[in-house]
Design a protein around this ligand. Structure first.
Ligand SMILES: [Zn+2]
Length: 261
């Protein structure tokens, strides 16, 4: 069984030019032995985030074993950002907030974001970041948020991508509230992360539907081919994600898988 900790809801406007179809998504999940997904915003990172947050909340409530979700806010309006963060976090199955500082055009080190992170730290919640693309999503810019807010869990959604996975790994070794999501990270980076952290605080994601169902299968195979123990692979593909989700949503139960792995 697999939990995909990096997928997007899409309205077909930003990057992905197709409408979201939950039945199709679930059948493609089943084909890849994926029992549950974390659903992140995409169009809401650029257009109306409240509308996107509402749609994700609705999907999560309609399919509570298939999906958990995250909302987003534009952090430049601090009062509105905190109110919307609270609205998201109070909605069943919403386990944190997603940020894409590169697309949303802010630095995680700017004052208004730091103050939002402090509020999130008080709530002991989770921030999920796009990472790996300068100038605003370098691992140590994000790591600073984790350092300053030790009760906030910080997920690096791409483990630094091609160029910056080494920095992501260094950051995760330095701060134990950082988790790394192996998503669009090169095989060599995935291997070094898995071996160095021994499977701790490491999860897997596909970036579906930016990755097709077939890409998703290939990305699962990459984890299965890592030269680490089966226990580490199972932790990365399922158990760690379940542990992280239930930390923020104790009533969560993943759907049951049909196939092997
Ligand atoms: Zn993504």
């Amino acid at each position: 069984m697999i939990i995909d900790f990096h997928t997007h809801y899409t309205l077909g406007e930003v990057f992905v030019k197709k409408q979201y179809d939950a039945d199709k998504v679930i059948s493609e999940m089943e084909a890849n032995s994926i029992v549950s997904q974390l659903l992140l915003p995409l169009d809401g990172l650029v257009f109306d985030y409240k509308e996107d947050n509402n749609r994700i909340m609705e999907l999560v409530q309609t399919y509570p074993q298939r999906f958990v979700g995250m909302g987003t806010v534009h952090p430049r309006r601090p009062k509105e950002a905190v109110e919307e963060m609270d609205r998201c976090l109070q909605s069943a199955g919403m386990i944190g907030m997603k940020f894409h500082p590169w697309l949303q055009a802010f630095s995680p080190l700017e004052d208004y974001f730091q103050s939002l992170a402090e509020e999130a730290n008080l709530r002991k919640t989770l921030f999920f970041f796009h990472d790996g693309t300068p100038p605003y999503t370098e691992p140590f810019q994000i790591a600073e948020v984790a350092r300053a807010n030790p009760d906030l869990t910080v997920v690096m959604g791409h483990s630094g991508l091609n160029d910056l996975w080494r920095e992501s790994l260094l950051a995760a070794r330095k701060y134990d509230n950082i988790w790394l999501c192996l998503c669009s990270c090169p095989y060599s980076g995935m291997l070094e992360i898995a071996q160095t952290l021994g499977g701790e605080r490491t999860i897997w994601g596909s970036d579906y539907p930016l990755a097709t169902a077939r890409d998703t299968r290939d990305r699962i195979r990459q984890v299965e081919m890592l030269t680490v123990s089966d226990r580490v692979k199972e932790d990365i593909l399922y158990h760690n994600a379940l542990k992280l989700i239930t930390r923020f949503h104790p009533a969560f139960h993943s759907a049951k898988g049909k196939g092997p792995s």
